[in-house]
Design a protein around this ligand. Structure first.
Ligand code: PRP
Ligand code: MN
Ligand code: MG
Length: 182
């Protein structure tokens, strides 16, 4: 098979740019959660890279847990249905919870998650997302930490996939049209 970079149309953010932005966000989170030992909740699978880099860029204590909720399946459009595929193993009652996401597109996944986690009585509940599309920027989902607001294009890399692939691309990029037609 060809190298995955052969399939790219345009790079939006390089690995270095993403790393720099992660450092800034980690510093803000360190500041805001000083002395509070937040629980970072990563949303599988896309948030794996963001979580791994964000938590290591932090200098204060934190803990990690994971949820898997899928709304997209194999396509490029949201199916409109959110399912919990894997729940938290941590009791979040009284905890300072920070949801960690790679991208917010329609905001459907996060509005469902926030509504669900709220019922478990956390002390606080905030959202960090590396990328946000215009539709989500205009929606009711209140995101405290946003890496980059991006145009309404289908992007891959840094955890973001197309049909399960390209998550391991270190840059964030759009795909050539031929990839979707193949
Ligand atoms: C993607 C992405 C977000 C969600 C955003 O996950 O990682 O979790 O979609 O879309 P929304 O704002 O329209 O709900 P996906 O369901 O593709 O699963 P994955 O993380 O395993 O790729
Ligand atoms: Mn996801
Ligand atoms: Mg996906």
């Amino acid at each position: 098979a060809a190298d995955l970079s052969d399939d790219l149309e345009r790079v939006l953010y390089t690995q270095e740019e993403v790393a720099g932005r992660i450092d800034e966000m980690a510093a803000a989170i360190d500041r805001d959660y000083k002395g509070r030992d937040p629980l970072l909740v990563g949303v599988l699978n896309g948030a794996v890279m963001t979580m791994a880099d964000l938590c290591r860029a932090m200098t204060s204590h934190c803990q990690m847990d994971w949820m898997a909720v899928s709304s997209y399946g194999a396509g490029t459009k949201s199916s409109g249905v959110v399912r919990i595929l894997k729940d938290l193993t941590t009791d979040i009652d009284g905890r300072d919870v920070l949801i960690v996401e790679d991208i917010i597109d329609t905001g459907l996944t996060l509005s469902y998650l926030v509504q669900n986690l709220r019922t478990r009585n956390p002390a606080s509940l905030e959202i960090m997302a590396m990328f946000r599309k215009p539709e989500a920027a205009g929606s009711a989902v209140d995101v405290k930490y946003v890496g980059y607001d991006i145009p309404d294009e289908f992007v891959v890399g840094y955890g973001l996939d197309y049909a399960g692939r390209y998550r391991n691309l270190t840059d964030v990029a759009t795909l050539r049209h031929e990839v979707y037609e193949a």
